[in-house]
Design a protein around this ligand. Structure first.
Ligand code: NAI
Length: 513
């Protein structure tokens, strides 16, 4: 191992200092002490470290009650957990983890003090989620021993930690923290010191693209959330997620990452959340955000608009994309509706197109169909829980009713959206995959680590690169190219990582020699 001063991560000799006993500091202290380290708690607020120790002991008691922790182990952990009031008492720590307020000047001042107190070989780590590690380390006598050790809230449950090397950090410091995070029971992934590191960078796609769908008037709040939950498999829709996090946190993060990447269009925020923030509609914490919340904190349900439904006599189905048409044909057949075999639709048939990154209008015009009788349907994502029907600007209510009848048979809900290049799920998921590809292209993290960090940190149903492989890199590339062409927005320009792998038939996990 690196330097002889540092004990092995599993050694009972290891002494960890924890500065800042807020929610993160307490969580980190918990996993460290339960994994066998000696932990010294410090907080500048009087009594905070002692209160944190009491709280942790209470947590250990609950874990013992639930049978999740052995009583002897809990007692031993309690003996290893110490309050250390003056910062000077951190002298002799092997690793000091800072989890204080997210303020660069305050953190820099703390690290200046710590480098005098800690021995020259001790590791100084920061749990910052948004400040550059390089900036925190800048000006110190030994910036090479400073690294990011970024946990997620709640620490004991979110089993992921990003280990971030600043510009001058020594590789062995990173290796040590990776081993330490792993020993503490977390997946430890290496990330470059870039805005948002991995998780908060990869997470920019979901919210910003969801908000774009809203501001373009394509779907209302519940429609957007229902589609992304039920067809793409996200645990929460983007509006539900923003309400949970609170716009006082998420909107500034969206703006900050956008500006830190020099106005990269992929991260462009939307004006609606700025306005909501100004109005104080922050989400759950204010009882009002995208949704309203009762006094008991329960979300008030908003129903999707009701649409009339009647079965069409016949359906004509575009064969431009045979593999997608086949899936849609199965849905129509299940409703007992016949599909016309002719190359052109009969005079009264409902016309159905299956776009990939295009809007319904473009497909309709290219095939010279009657826009009044045409709808598009989502065919790339799971249709078992919800169907998505997209109108052209010309679709009549009679034909929309027929589409709702054909696709809503068997009681499966149908969400109706306005015309949109890439419907909803295609554009949102392709955007997320594209950002992950760019993270790989910029060597911010290894492909496998990107997927691991995103599934553990964000709870997405699949890692974005694995998701791209499952959909097919070529399919994702087609969606993005069409989106870029239809909107003229460089936001959708495909990452070279994606383009090259799609063209060569390689997995998105494939690394070059
Ligand atoms: P918090 O506000 O709950 O706790 C911060 C603690 O630090 C307080 O107890 C405060 O008294 C103490 N403190 C402030 N200045 C200090 C100083 N100079 N010396 C010693 N103690 C000081 O904050 P939280 O949420 O625990 O966040 C801590 C750090 O972790 C921040 O850098 C934050 O960005 C990061 N983080 C927070 C996450 C979260 O979900 N809350 C997730 C990941 C990272």
């Amino acid at each position: 191992m690196q330097n002889s001063f540092l004990p092995q991560p599993q050694s009972r000799e290891l002494v960890v200092g924890l500065v800042g006993c807020g929610v993160m500091g307490r969580g980190i202290a918990q996993i460290a002490v339960l994994a066998g380290a000696q932990v010294r708690l410090n907080d500048s607020r009087e009594g905070a470290a002692a209160a944190a120790r009491q709280e942790l002991l209470a947590t250990f008691g609950k874990l013992v009650e639930k049978g999740k922790l052995d009583k002897t182990a809990a007692d031993a952990a309690a003996d290893r957990l110490h309050v250390c009031a003056p910062l000077q008492d951190l002298a002799g720590c092997h690793v000091i983890v800072e989890a204080i307020v997210e303020d660069l000047a305050v953190k820099k001042a703390l690290f200046s003090s710590l480098e005098v107190i800690a021995g020259p070989d001790a590791i100084l780590a920061t749990n910052t989620s948004s400040l550059p590690v390089t900036a925190i380390a800048a000006g110190l006598q030994h910036p090479e021993r400073v690294a990011g050790f970024h946990f997620f809230n709640p620490v004991p449950l979110m089993k992921i930690v990003e280990v971030i090397g600043g510009f001058l950090t020594k590789p062995e410091i990173i290796d040590y923290l990776l081993a330490l995070g792993h020993h503490w029971g977390h997946s430890a992934v290496r990330a470059k010191d870039t805005p948002g590191f991995i998780v908060n960078h990869a997470g920019r796609g979901y919210g910003t693209e969801g908000l774009r769908v809203l501001t373009e008037g394509i779907a209302s709040v519940p429609v957007l959330d229902n589609i992304l939950r039920d067809t793409a498999g996200f645990r929460l829709g983007p509006c539900e997620l923003l309400d949970l996090t609170g716009l006082d946190v998420s909107h500034p993060v969206m703006e900050s990452i956008y500006h830190q990447y020099y106005e990269e269009p992929r991260f462009r925020p939307q004006v609606n959340t700025r306005q909501m923030l100004t109005a104080g509609a922050l989400g759950r914490k204010t009882g009002h955000g995208f949704y309203r919340y009762g006094a008991d904190g329960k979300k008030e349900a908003i129903a999707e608009p009701a649409h009339a439904a009647q079965l069409p006599s016949t359906v004509w189905l575009s064969r431009e994309r045979p593999e997608l048409a086949e899936r849609v044909a199965e849905l129509i057949a299940a409703a007992g509706v016949s599909i016309e075999a002719s190359a052109r639709p009969s005079d009264s048939a409902l016309c159905v197109v299956t776009p990939l990154g295009e809007d319904a209008t473009t497909c309709c015009a290219r095939e010279n169909l009657d826009g009044r009788r045409t709808v598009a349907v989502e065919s790339l994502f799971d249709a078992r829980r919800r169907r998505v029907v997209m109108t052209t600007p010309a679709t009549t209510s009679d034909y929309l009713a027929m589409a709702c009848g054909a696709f809503g048979a068997n009681g499966i809900p149908v969400s109706v959206i306005r015309d949109s290049a890439g419907l909803v799920a295609q554009r949102v998921v392709a955007h997320i995959i594209n950002i992950a590809c760019e993270i790989a292209q910029q060597e911010i993290a290894e492909p496998a680590d990107i997927d691991r960090a995103v599934t553990l940190g964000l709870g997405y149903p699949l890692g974005p690169l694995a998701w791209g492989d499952a959909l097919g890199p070529n399919t994702v590339l087609t969606i993005l190219k069409n989106l870029e062409q239809q909107t003229g927005d460089p936001r959708y320009r495909p990452s070279p990582w994606l383009q090259r792998r799609a063209l060569l038939g390689l997995s998105l996990h494939h690394k070059e020699i």
